[in-house]
Design a protein around this ligand. Structure first.
Ligand code: 5GP
Ligand code: MN
Length: 327
């Protein structure tokens, strides 16, 4: 923590990066760090590999974020001048796609703040706690270790609230601790309107998105009660039928877990050249190793993801074989 504090004070130009398909914790922790460093007088910018959902765009500073896939020149110009690079909410350069090549090659001090298992060796300093509910909580605790909690503004608190809320399933996953609630209490004292944040993230569905959820649960969910497993698969054509937009399937994978006795849920979605998989589990079922060993991915014990480079029907067949599901 001291080394990170030192790195911040001796740098002038800072770039913050986060993972592909940024979620609430990725954007929340990155923007909070952005506001914190800006207030310290640093030149700072956030670069994301690709787009994030509309329901995260209310956060202060979201419109300043540079998207590597569509604004590559600006992103590279920022990276060129950076003397310090933060990697937030990811544990390896492959998680930021092509941006990772440039971050890897760049001669700058690199700092990882993350809560995923097995961080890879690409940075100078690591502030990692795999038991932590979120990178947003780690950002708070890092600032706390600097003895600088007064530096947390309402804007920052809103971003961190969103990160903690989304990564804890609204404070219900086992990673939610007394400390998490104390941090949240601090945010409320700073004037954060929690109900507004819940509404901005969870009550802003398009009609198409809600109908896609209904379709997925009614027509596309396969439940294996004996194995305690359920999966949902959605083809590119089906997604298109519901005018799929980034973020529309966010949270969908959690629904099968609410069936009594189901301990693992899988969502397969067909993208351009690949099939994306999301895994969720509970109790004694761990999905990170499964994602890592068989699905080119990884993640946390109860929430992981991966990709298969095949057509959807083959991906479903492969999944069923790996999980030993009857045909
Ligand atoms: P999601 O299912 O929400 O896309 O991802 C769940 C968790 O797994 C997230 O914490 C995410 O960081 C991780 N994850 C998702 N996809 C991948 C992947 O392709 N590789 C790795 N290593 N982790 C992933
Ligand atoms: Mn996270």
């Amino acid at each position: 923590m001291k080394a990170i504090q030192q790195a911040i004070s001796s740098s002038g130009k800072i770039v913050i990066t986060t993972h592909k398909g940024p979620d609430g914790d990725a954007i929340g922790s990155s923007l909070a760090m952005y506001h914190y460093l800006k207030a310290k007088g640093k030149a700072v910018c956030v670069i994301v590999p690709d787009a994030f959902p509309d329901f995260l765009k209310w956060m202060e500073g979201a419109d300043q974020i540079i998207h590597f896939d569509t604004q590559k020149e600006s992103a590279l110009a920022e990276l060129l001048n950076a003397d310090l690079i933060f990697s937030l909410d990811y544990n390896g350069l492959s998680r930021i796609g092509e941006l990772g090549v440039y971050v890897g090659e760049k001669d700058a001090v690199k700092v990882v703040i993350d809560h995923h298992q097995d961080p890879q060796d690409f940075a100078d300093h690591y502030y990692v706690d795999t038991d932590s509910c979120s990178t947003s909580q780690l950002v708070y605790e890092l600032i706390e270790s600097f003895d600088d909690l007064k530096g947390i503004t309402k804007n920052m608190a809103e971003c961190l609230y969103c990160g903690i809320m989304t990564d804890t399933g609204s404070f219900r996953f086992p990673s939610t601790t007394a400390k998490t609630h104390r941090i949240i209490a601090h945010f409320l004292e700073l004037g954060v309107q929690a109900s507004n944040i819940h509404q901005s993230v969870y009550d802003t569905y398009s009609e198409d998105r809600l109908r896609l959820l209904g379709f997925a649960l009614t027509e596309k969910m396969h439940v294996y009660h004996d194995q305690g497993i359920a999966y949902i698969s959605l083809s590119g054509e089906e997604l298109k039928r519901f005018n799929f937009k980034k973020g529309d399937t966010e949270g969908l994978v959690n629904y099968p877990l609410s069936i009594n006795g189901i301990k693992m849920a899988v969502l397969l979605t067909e993208r351009d050249e690949e099939v994306r998989l999301s895994f969720r589990s509970k109790d004694d079922v761990y999905v990170n190793r499964l994602a890592n060993e068989h699905f080119n991915g990884g993640g946390h014990i109860y929430a992981a993801g991966g990709s298969l480079f095949m057509m959807l029907p083959e991906a479903v067949a492969y999944l069923k074989k790996i999980l030993e599901l009857p045909s």
